[in-house]
Design a protein. Structure first.
Length: 98
């Protein structure tokens, strides 16, 4: 639903359609997104229009990027150590063809 809203406002029905869910179920999902501060809903007559509020997502992305850098560095070190270990276990020496 958030991906859909990134392209612009949508009605509850438009948000429910790709997931083949009832309007009641979609409404529950939307309410959870509203409570999390990720979307805003505006009622125009009988139509409920939803739009993305990117602020909380930007904060989450910033927080997650710290851990992304942390784990990328750790995995790079692990890869280097594993390659060094493999190189030590199978040294290529000349003269072993005899």
């Amino acid at each position: 639903m958030l991906r859909e809203l990134a392209d612009g406002e949508r009605t509850v029905g438009e948000l429910a359609r790709p997931f083949e869910m009832s309007l009641a179920a979609a409404s529950k999902h939307i309410k959870a997104l509203e409570n999390a501060g990720l979307i805003r809903r505006e009622v125009r007559g009988r139509t409920h229009l939803c739009r993305l509020d990117p602020g909380p997502l930007a904060s989450a992305h910033e927080w997650l990027s710290v851990y992304e850098r942390f784990w990328t560095e750790r995995l790079d070190v692990l890869e280097r150590l594993l390659r060094e270990d493999d190189a030590r276990k199978s040294p290529k020496t000349q003269g072993d063809d005899v």
